[in-house]
Design a protein around this ligand. Structure first.
Ligand code: GLY
Ligand code: MN
Length: 461
């Protein structure tokens, strides 16, 4: 955990933003995989972690702004638990580490909330994404589980987003430490991949390396020769000469901040001429997007800029045609680049998305587009100093999408469909870095992870 003062000042700032009411934070519980005593690895709720720092199951916490009280609700482990788990820190000591003096048992949460209800305090809580938490909230606050998310506090959501979006130096250090391990994983994977091996043989070793550094993957790693499947989860393909691996993922730092990196590299150590051409376009989109990033710049504009770089590059290769600006305005590039340029990064790998993507990425001044491709941009707002974002353009040849667009002659004035036949089995290439928005621009936090063709080829040959 950080020092108690950090959590205390985060809560203090939240109180100042909300001014009045009762704020309820629901921590996560352990979730059984197949029988009650066999649970998935525990992941704490990110907002709970941000304000209270404690990464263990079975906790809730309340800030009573009107009466200036902070209370941690949870149960101490019993001797029966300790037989199986070994000695556990008493909850009052854990609470002390986050600067909280008042600890109550879980069974006291319901009467506490009922009592506050009688006093007519507004109850603020965040939207919930786990069914067990919906049920816990129903039990504690008497709100039917189907109605819990409609009743979530928008003012709390906005306040939490404002606070969590801007990373302190300590938080950025955590992300940097996650990136150190991520870099080792990518190095290992580039060096180890060889034609004839299965994907799982390499990603298994890379994840093992992270585990040996006491870091766990922040989401299921993408490691695939089928790069045109944007979030392909399988690792069962056999790599062969000429394949490109798309490797995408990151790890959690000791205090659960994440990294999220993508590199695309040739299994056999050398890109083909065509692969090289596509790679250079994606690299240019990635680098010029990072160049453009800075405080006050709309992330949507950076996305559109990357789309123009991709369009121009594909035109030079003869795959697209027509006026670049018109083509991007119409969304023709989305055949090749159907996802958004990036997302915030922090305690969640898609940071803050547990609070609702549109609350995080859009506001009164900028609304999400409904155009195919641009509609997948998770974040369109202006960047602010202290934000950490991913920049992850890509070019993909998705056979089903190409066939579907072609059959409708969609954007035929901008796309040379007949040239695409040669690319139907190409796969995809994505390059993702993590950046910190600074006073005057952006710092790329992941420059140490090779992405120039010569460096990639050297590592993977
Ligand atoms: N880097 C993959 C994703 O952000 O979804
Ligand atoms: Mn990402």
């Amino acid at each position: 955990m950080f020092a108690p003062e950090i959590y205390m000042s985060r809560r203090q700032e939240l109180k100042q933003k909300l001014k009045t009411g009762l704020v309820l934070f629901m921590g996560n519980d352990a979730v059984p995989r197949n029988f009650p005593d066999n649970c998935y690895p525990f992941f704490q709720d990110a907002s709970f972690l941000y304000y209270w720092g404690i990464s263990s199951p079975g906790l809730s916490a309340v800030i009573d702004i009107d009466n200036d009280r902070e209370i941690l609700f949870g149960n101490d482990y019993t001797v029966d638990d300790i037989i199986w788990m070994g000695p556990q820190e008493p909850l009052v000591e854990t609470a002390g580490r986050t600067g909280v003096k008042e600890v109550r048992s879980l069974r006291e949460l319901k009467p506490f909330l009922e009592n506050s209800g009688l006093k007519k305090q507004d109850l603020h809580y965040l939207p919930q994404y786990r069914s067990d938490t919906l049920l816990k909230l129903e039990k504690a606050a008497g709100i039917p589980h189907e109605a819990v998310n409609q009743g979530a506090s928008i003012s709390l959501v906005r306040a939490v987003i404002e606070q969590r979006s801007i990373k302190s130096k300590d938080e950025v250090s955590q992300i940097r430490s996650a990136l150190e391990i991520t870099k080792e994983m990518f190095s290992l994977a580039m060096e180890a991949s060889r034609p004839g091996m299965y994907e799982y043989q390499v990603i298994g070793r890379a994840e093992g390396l992270a585990l040996s550094r006491d870091a766990r993957p922040a989401h299921c790693f993408i490691f695939t020769v089928q790069g045109a499947r944007l979030h392909g989860a399988s690792h069962s393909n056999r790599m062969k000469e000429g394949d490109i691996i798309v490797m995408d993922g990151g790890v959690e730092s000791p205090l659960h901040y994440t990294s999220d990196i993508t590199r695309s590299f040739p299994v056999s150590g050398r890109f083909s001429q065509l692969q090289r051409q596509i790679y250079e376009i994606v690299l240019k989109a990635n680098e010029s997007a990072i160049e453009k990033a800075g405080p006050g710049v709309l992330f949507r504009d950076i996305h559109v800029h990357a789309a123009s770089v991709i369009t121009r590059g594909l035109q030079e290769m003869g795959l697209m045609k027509g006026n670049v600006q018109d083509s991007v305005d119409q969304g023709a590039h989305a055949l090749f680049f159907p996802h958004g340029l990036g997302h915030p990064l922090g305690l969640e790998i898609h940071d803050l998305e547990s609070l609702g993507e549109d609350h995080v990425g859009y506001d009164q001044t900028i609304k999400r587009s409904s155009q195919f491709g641009l509609s997948n941009l998770r974040f369109g707002k202006a960047l602010k100093k202290g934000m950490v974002m991913t920049i992850e353009p890509g070019i993909y040849f998705i056979p089903e999408l190409i066939r579907s667009w072609r059959s409708q002659n969609l954007h035929k004035e901008y796309i040379n469909y007949e040239k695409l036949t040669d690319f139907i089995n190409f796969g995809g290439i994505r390059i993702e870095d993590d950046i910190l928005v600074t006073e005057s621009g952006a710092e790329n936090l992941s420059t140490d992870i090779p992405k120039k063709i010569s460096d990639i080829e050297m590592k993977s040959s």
